[in-house]
Ligand binder design. Structure first.
Ligand SMILES: CC(C)(COP(=O)(O)OP(=O)(O)OC[C@H]1O[C@@H](n2cnc3c(N)ncnc32)[C@H](O)[C@@H]1OP(=O)(O)O)[C@@H](O)C(=O)NCCC(=O)NCCS
Length: 198
């Protein structure tokens, strides 16, 4: 998660629909009568809107010891940063935000509601964000993560992100400040088959 001040960075384009963003069937939803609910109620992604911010803040405050403020989310929306919510049965259960400038993208926040973590949803969100970056012609994606967040680090490594540096004392922490690990992934062009033969 990026430590973002109130002044959001330069905007670049509104969020666009992501192809193939149906989330994994992380679990089968079963009604009180024991009937499986329709597959259409499986988690899906859609652009975040201002009206989502109560639900987003409720997750943010439970998921992070040092949560973003509502103002930071609002600034991201106003700036047109690609901002997505994952919903299930109409309820927000996670979200992810990116900034994209020139040919670089930055994962600003990725979060799954604590009670829904560990079921593949974070991986799905991360892949969707990387796809958005790729679709907007980004060549690499960066993110920051606390060294004290091994679950997130394992997710990023397993999706091909590598540690490229550290930002000393980047995050607030209970006993002062905590460094950020900076991780990045290079996005290889999909259209390699269109290259001229040698
Ligand atoms: C980080 C986060 C987004 C991951 O989402 P998630 O839905 O819990 O993760 P997934 O179920 O998709 O797991 C994907 C991989 O992440 C890793 N992982 C996730 N939670 C882990 C944990 N508690 N311990 C170790 N590895 C973990 C594993 O490699 C896992 O792959 P596996 O299931 O094949 O072993 C989620 O835990 C979260 O929202 N945390 C709070 C907010 C946060 O820290 N965001 C990241 C800021 S940089």
């Amino acid at each position: 998660m990026a430590f973002v001040g109130r002044a959001a960075r330069q905007p670049r384009g509104q969020a666009r629909a992501v192809a193939g963003t149906a989330a994994p069937a992380a679990e089968r939803a079963v009604s009180a009568q024991g009937v499986e609910v329709s597959p259409t109620s499986a988690p899906s992604l859609r652009p975040m809107r201002e009206g989502d911010l109560d639900a987003v803040m409720a997750i943010e405050q439970r998921a992070y010891p040092f949560p973003w403020t509502r103002g930071i989310f609002r600034d991201c929306l106003k700036s047109g940063y690609p901002s997505w919510v994952m919903t299930e049965h109409g309820l927000v259960i996670g979200y992810g935000l990116l900034s994209i400038a020139a040919d670089e993208a930055h994962v600003l926040n990725i979060c799954v509601a604590p009670e829904r973590q560990g079921r593949g949803l974070g991986r799905h969100l991360l892949r969707a964000l990387v796809k958005i970056a790729r679709d907007q012609r980004s060549q690499r994606v960066f993110l920051e993560v606390r060294p004290s967040n091994p679950g997130a680090i394992a997710l990023y490594h397993s999706e091909g992100f590598n540690e490229i540096g550290r930002r000393p004392r980047y995050y607030p922490a209970r006993d002062g400040r905590e460094d950020a690990l900076v991780m990045a992934i290079e996005l290889v062009a999909d259209d390699i088959t269109t290259m001229p033969s040698l």
